[in-house]
Design a protein around this ligand. Sequence first.
Ligand SMILES: [Zn+2]
Length: 463
Amino acid sequence: MSMLYEIEHLHQPNGWLSPGYLEIGKDGRILSVSGVKPEGGTATRLNGFGVPGLSNLHSHAFQRALAGRTEFVTGEMAEDNLWTWRRAMYQMVDRLTPETYQAIAALVYLEMLQFGMTAVCEFHYVHHQAGGKPHSNRAEMSDRLIAAAAKTGLGMTMLPVFYAHGGIGKPVEPTQQRFVHSVDDYLGLIDTLRGRKKDHANLDVGLALHSLRAVTPDEAKAVLAGMQAMDAKARLHIHVSETTHEVAEVKAGLGARPVQWLLDNVDLNSQWCLVHATHLDASEIAGAAASGAVAGICPLTEATMGDGFFPLVEYHGANGAWGIGTDSHYSTSTAEELRMLECGKRLELRRRNVIARPDQGQPVHSGRVLFDTALAGGEQASGQGGGALVAGRRADLVMLDADSNPLLGHGPETVLDGWLLGGTQNPVRDVMVAGKWVIRDRHHPEEAAIKTNYRKAMAELTA
Ligand SMILES: [Zn+2]
């Protein structure tokens, strides 16, 4: 049986329907959208603003457990940066078990849903036991993440990470043994995970190269060819140009800046997500934007790491696709991430409304531009089939509460400005993934159990 909803204000690619009628088939896809009630149907009324669910394009779920736990300096550190943070992250990696991995992921996935995200691209690299011995089920750790996503109802594009070196020409460190595969074992893992799709409707599987530091050109070529043979349309993700240190290392080792190297050596196209892409020169901006790849910006993680700032205005001005990820999960809030991006640039450039440009004299709202661009970029990076409330797409619907403080008195024209740039309370009230409600009235049925398990995992990891 299909379901029909009458939504007070319904987000559309080119505006709003007030009200909008959304008909959802039992396969979880949108059958029709209309401003007029379809004949003979009984509609369930939903008050507030209905917007599409966002795909979070970059996550390392377990790093949620480090948020708020590395915000201090000690006498022995000359400088605190991504690389010193990484030492703390590796200490946690050494202690992670399948159970704690799953418990942390369940909490972070629940948080994503509560902030209006309906899918995640999980860049998963802790594959083996501490010391590097594979689990008897080689997909054990991936399966734990898939189970956490299934428990919460979040869609997932699983990106098992290929990782083979501790830097260009460097062997892996002991902790990194948990991340390492041979090319054949890695492709075997992807094949196994692709088999999980029959049991999980909202699961997809893509490929991730950790970085040009951790993968040689020959290895990259081999795993990309193997993936191509299994799924020619698979999503392809890579960490790139996060820090100036990485840019220098790749330039010295491979003879070009990282994004330039990819432009010269890999067929960059719309299947690719360039995670971070923070340090780009003018020709890399033009090349990456024209390639159709999506830049995966993780604003609060990059800020907390002190990485640098994505060239948003230039990239957006070159019509480059971009989206947002919450990466280390210092925040899982859509509004905080997009506000960091827009307002950080305002501080840097000393002007307002940095990416919105008036259209033939008509006002263009920053909240709308930020949301719609991140929505399209997230869908492109995840390939989940949502990203718009139009016929044929997956029914991922987020209802914003018009009675929440940031939205009080707003209408469709300014509601996204109110949510993303105008207040701090989270207005997300109800969340549907593929036609099924997973958050109702801000709560998830498994919430209490998920929190209990997380607390237990943290006690174990910090004991
Ligand atoms: Zn990352």
